[in-house]
Ligand binder design. Sequence first.
Ligand SMILES: Cc1cc2nc3c(=O)[nH]c(=O)nc-3n(C[C@H](O)[C@H](O)[C@H](O)COP(=O)(O)O)c2cc1C
Ligand code: SF4
Ligand code: SF4
Length: 253
Amino acid sequence: MILYFSSTGNCKYTAEKIAESTRDWAMSLSEACQNGDYGLLPEQGEPLGLVLPTYFGVLPSIAADFLERAEIRIDSSNYVYTVDTYGFHYGNVADEVAKILRKKTGREQDADFLLQSVDNWVPNFDLTDQDYVRTALERADGLLDGIVKDISARKHVRVKGEWPAPMLLMMKKAYKRASRTKNFTVSDKCAGCGMCAAQCPLEAIAIKDGHPVWDKPECTLCLGCLHICPENAIAYTKATIGHGQYYNPKTTR
Ligand SMILES: Cc1cc2nc3c(=O)[nH]c(=O)nc-3n(C[C@H](O)[C@H](O)[C@H](O)COP(=O)(O)O)c2cc1C
Ligand code: SF4
Ligand code: SF4
């Protein structure tokens, strides 16, 4: 069983590739939330993989909430691993998962794998830069091949968090501040198709009078709405304007 959260396909592709190579199956955390399915209940001896992106050095809030809420049933027969996809700083995602697992199940994961890929944080990165995107995807492919081999061999390897506690606290505060939906705007290019609202894993967007309205004060900041818009009409602060959109070309939405 492989649980993944993905807004622009890096984690989805990673989970699909691992599932295909290890004859496992992948399930979307967004779909599980939408279906109210909060169970992580692998069979005896079945591996449990968690494929998650780094947001501000920590777990996406939707993933942290899911893991806190889920019924997680694992014992020593289950090989438990994380794969953390990120752009430039992997932060402390593995530590955060370990903390939740320890609290809820009395044990931590057996292995953590880091997968550097395209950074979809479009306020900081210009994703119209095709050289950057191509190079990052090529590197990710090589890394993923190694990770698949290690998972197949049930390798035990743990990753220590990148940031010390004070820095981590700062990052968490910055993430919380940045998650305010008032930072989103929509331009008059919007054609009212509703794809942004359909994409949102938290149902934080409503279409009113043919345009999206963010009707929750905060969201998980996956930027899936921005990256999916066929008109590229959504901005998250002025910093995203001109920085393009991204979806991992090796998988489908
Ligand atoms: C809100 C947000 C914050 C992010 N913060 C970080 C970060 O702190 N470090 C990093 O290396 N990448 C960061 N990223 C980039 C993603 O972790 C990375 O692109 C990931 O592979 C995206 O996975 P996905 O395509 O499955 O959604 C951030 C992305 C978002 C949307
Ligand atoms: S996806 Fe884009 S075009 Fe469609 S409703 Fe949302 S903002 Fe408008
Ligand atoms: S509003 Fe946009 S950024 Fe926020 S959770 Fe929904 S899709 Fe993701």
